[in-house]
Design a protein around this ligand. Structure first.
Ligand code: MSP
Length: 479
């Protein structure tokens, strides 16, 4: 069983392109493994507690849970519309999740890994985190452009410092693998910095944050949303009644790496749970060079893009445009350009002309001609999460097939083949003709197979056309 996770997303706003990016990547991986006969448990969901959600709900005049129900439904709906096929959708307001968090924390409290102390510092509501002076520019949080609150309060801490050496060892030796390498080094650098790891506040006074899970041993406090949220990866298995711990791969972007690379394995070690096999940290993308933000008003709704260009093209573009582990940029004009060249001119054209010629020249496509060959390189790239590399390979095959048609010029063989038919002879030309189309059909089947995880809906259509031999443009050119 392959256990794949995405972060669970905050529901203070509706799903945007950044959320879709990670979830689509996870879906591609899940579909790939399912296609290889593996059982898969692909988990995603929503992170529904905390001040951010409490405030968003209040703004709409809704009770937090009513607001959460509405927003979680939007996420579910969005993923469904984008052909994202998760095996389970966890919500942190699920009673069973709350119970799981409570029990897990109680164990840590009993064994002394959680203790009460005074916290003095700064708190950014946008980050849902205490932040350091270093994180400020002009006195404001760099990420949220907000002045943080000054805070002095009693909170419960998790003894992260106790796990410092353990974390260093498991990360260095790849027992707990962090990819790409630069991210692993970043985490190690953080552990090795002067002063080392500090204990982490994992509760908030319920006078400040009401919308959270109360600590079972002190009702004046609720769990810090991150402590609650990280445990979703475990609680979901309980709720779904499936046993596939630990995750094979956990996907996320770099801004939440520290939570996943330090607090998370430390909590798991404290709870005597085994560790995820791999964290894969992808990059952050900007929108036409700018950070995506509500203030700038440039938040991209993935459903709108999908409605305009199709699900497959959106999924394809996001993973094709820049390497998965690196930062990148999203621009609609680039999507259109790539759509027109790689989907309309290359793939659409190959399918169309092949089927049209098969019909026109009445070529028989036999089972033997549909033989399938595994590529090897594409498998390797997808398994290493080099989605861009895999798509480049697939496009190379398509381009190669188009060039092959241009070189062979099968239509030139037609005249002589026709003549031979008139005199009732099997000719060299006819044989050659069939060979060419057997090759093309086999490439198209192969391309469809490898594209299925990326563009499931469009691939079904390609396969339908290959079977019915009725050509219809699937990627009409965008003017
Ligand atoms: N709720 C926490 C995660 C808890 S996991 C136990 C959270 N949620 S979030 O809604 O802010 O989603 C963060 C994730 O969304 C990122 O890690 C990334 O997967 C995705 N992205 C959000 N914006 C993105 C970009 N601009 N670019 C790429 N991915 C982005 O943090």
């Amino acid at each position: 069983m392959k256990y794949i996770t995405t972060p669970i997303y905050y529901i203070n706003a509706k799903p945007h392109l950044g959320h879709a990016y990670t979830t689509i990547a996870a879906d591609v991986l899940a579909r790939y493994w399912r296609g290889r006969g593996q059982k898969v448990f692909f988990l995603t969901g929503t992170d529904e507690h905390g001040l951010k959600v409490e405030r968003a709900a209040a703004k709409e005049g809704l009770a937090p849970k009513v607001f959460a129900d509405k927003m979680a439904a939007q996420f579910l709906e969005a993923w469904k519309k984008l052909d994202i096929n998760c095996d389970f959708f966890i919500r942190t307001t699920d009673k069973a999740h709350e119970k799981y968090v409570t029990e897990f924390a109680s164990k840590l409290y009993r064994q002394g890994d959680i203790y009460k102390d005074i916290y003095r510092g700064l708190y950014c509501v946008g980050c849902e985190a205490y932040i350091q002076d270093d994180d400020l520019v002009d006195g404001k949080c760099l990420l949220h452009n907000q002045v943080p609150q000054k805070i002095k309060e009693d909170v419960y801490f998790f003894r992260l410092s106790k796990y410092q050496e353990h974390l260093k060892k498991i990360i260095e030796t790849d027992i707990f693998r962090i990819e790409p390498k630069e991210r692993k080094n970043e985490v190690l650098g953080f552990i090795n910095q002067e002063g080392g790891l500090k204990d982490v506040a994992i509760s908030r006074s319920s006078s400040k944050v009401k919308w959270g899970i109360p600590l079972p041993w002190d009702k004046e406090h609720v769990f810090y949303v991150w402590f609650d949220a990280l445990l979703n990866y475990l609680s979901a298995l309980k709720i779904a009644q499936i046993s596939c711990w630990p995750p094979d791969i956990q996907l996320m972007a770099k801004e939440i790496l520290r939570f996943h690379a330090l607090l998370w394995p430390a909590i798991l070690s404290a709870g005597e749970e085994s560790l995820p096999k791999k964290l894969f940290v992808h990059g952050y993308f900007t929108i036409e060079g700018k950070k995506m933000s509500k203030t700038l008003g440039n938040v991209v709704d993935p459903l709108e893009i999908a409605k305009k260009y199709g699900n497959g093209p959106l999924r394809y573009f996001l993973l094709r445009e820049f390497p998965f582990g690196e930062d990148g940029d999203y621009a609609e004009k680039n999507l259109i350009r790539r759509y027109n060249s790689e989907l309309a001119d290359d793939l659409g054209n190959l399918l169309q002309r092949t089927i049209v010629m098969i019909n026109r020249f009445k070529i028989k496509v036999t089972a033997r001609q549909r033989e399938f060959r595994h590529n090897g390189i594409i498998e390797e790239k997808i398994e290493n999460l080099d989605f861009q590399g895999a798509l480049v390979e697939i496009n190379r095959a398509v381009k190669g097939a188009n060039a092959y048609i241009d070189k062979e010029k099968p239509w030139k063989l037609v005249d002589s083949a026709r003549k031979s038919k008139e005199i009732g002879l099997e000719t060299e030309e006819k044989k050659r003709f069939e060979e060419i189309f057997a090759h093309l059909i086999s490439i198209l089947h192969q391309v469809a197979y490898y594209l299925e995880p990326f563009m499931p809906r469009e691939v079904l259509e390609i396969q339908r056309q290959l079977k019915s031999l009725k050509p219809e443009p699937i990627f009409p050119k965008i003017k």
